[in-house]
Structure formats: structure tokens, C-alpha cells
Write a protein that binds this ligand. Sequence first.
Ligand code: CUA
Length: 321
Amino acid sequence: MNSVIPVLDPASPQAEAINNLFLQVLLISAIIFAIVAGLILVAISRGRRKETLPDQDFGSEKAEIYWMVGPVVIVIWLVAISAHLVITLNAFPKVSPEEQAEKTDVDLIVTGHQWWWEVKYPKSGVISANEIYIPADKNKKWRVQISSADVIHCFWVPQLGRKIDAIPGRENYIWLQASEPGSYQGRCSEYCGAQHAWMNFKVYAVSDAEFDKWVASEQLATKQPKLLSPLASAGKQFFFNATCPQCHTVHGTPAKATIGPDLTHFARRKEIGAGVIDNSPENLALWLKDPQALKPGCKMPNFKLSDEHIKQLVAYLETLK
Ligand code: CUA
């Protein structure tokens, strides 16, 4: 569910730098506002009781120099600290041709879709959707490549750093880093159509050991039980006879399409529909019943499935762990 993001509670060195800049600019602006508002108040209170005009004074070279030089110095200072931060945050190391050839030049590839995020780990081959796992580490920055499959989106995890546009046909790069373990809410922050507000994702920063465990379990083709329950088995049959494989992938099966999110480890994800509802069997049934009711305009149509087929599909999808 959508909740307020603690934007002013940074959890990475980059977000901290952005936060510090924001506070500096806010402080300077607040002081200027207080001086200007204070002088206006002084002028009002001094001038309003007098029946005659106060003494009129015209021109003061000294005062003019002060109020021209002062603001110029302040503006130059603000430009300098902002530009310095932008340059520091954008610094992205040059990759060697070998790194590029071996596709080890990036740690993570995130692709925006209307309205969900595809997440690929090129080094381990892991593919997920709307959930990004990284090791929490004060010193390790992740190189992330951001792109889009359709329209312009914008990748933003307020507590972890700057925004970066996801543009079709173009690759942008950003550092991703979390100093402390935790889950950090991400949002699409470029209007991209009807369900822009429901294009959420989460970054889970975990310990190195937990991260390795996660990668290892994601790398396995689904840990599906050899023997499915009769209900799940019927669901599996229905899944492959219906149109599901035309949009979705389940590794180790004939389902290989990439229009919708990869469902290989669907049952382990925490949310459905890029944050629309929590992932539970009851909610999954609601989603299958009518995705358009929960996320109007999303690419998954209402297939008008019977309750029996929904039960079977839920049973099958719950085995994708
Ligand atoms: Cu994607 Cu807004």
C-alpha cells in the first residue's frame, strides 16, 4: 500500500549529501525570508501610526552595493554547492572493454514498464520484478543501469539517492547503496500513464550472507515440489493451456514471454501489481478475478476466469517459490 516515505531520513551517503544540500538551501532561504519579512514588519509598525509621511530619503550608494553584492555572493555559493553535488553524484567509473564484454560492467539492470519494474542481475542471471535485493554496505556502491521498455519513467528511492530517468532506447546509470539494512520504498517519479501512482518497488538491503542466500535460491529454477496437489496440478495445466505463457516467464517451463513480470519465484514476492496489494493467496485470487478492478488500465486483462479456475491457478502460482 502507498505510504509516506521518510524522505528526510537518508540511508546512503548520496542521500545524505542531497539531504545536507537541501537543509543548507533551506537554512539560507529561511534566514533571508526572516530578514525580509522582519524588515517589512518593522516598516509597517513604524510607519502606520504617523499622520504625515516619514522623512524621505533617496539613493544610497553604500546600501545599493550591499544589497547587490550580498545576493550575488549567496547565489554563487548556492550554485557552487549544488553543482559540486551534481558532479559528485553523477561520477560513474569508466568500465574496461573486458568488463563490458563480459557484461560485468553493471551490477543491476532495471527496466521500467507500464507499470512495473523488471530487475535483472547480469552477474548471477537472477530476474525479478519490483523487488531489488542488495547487500547493505557502507562501502559498496552498486552500478545500476536504468532503461525503459515503453515510455519515460523515473527511478527514485528517496532514502537512497537521486532520481534518474528511465528512457526507452537509452541507458542511464546510477549508484545504488544502502548503509544500513532495511527496506526502502521506491517510486516511479515521472508521470507515465494511468497507473503511474502504482509503479512502486522496494529495495531490500540485507546482510551479505542473506544476500548470497537470496541469490542462490533465486538462481534455482523454481523449487517446485515434484508432486503437485491435484488442485495445483490442474492450475498448472490451465496456466499453460490459457494465455498466461504469452506474457509471462516461468523458468524451466515453456513459458518464456517477457511482456509481463517473470513469475519464476512469484510466491516469494511480497506484493502484487507493483505495490497495489500484498501477495497473499486471497489477494492473488482477487487479482486474477479482475486485475482491471485493482489496477485499471494495466496490461493484464480481465480474463473472466471461473472461481474454480482461479482456485486452481492460485494453488499453482503459490508453488512458484
Ligand atoms: Cu512509470 Cu511513472
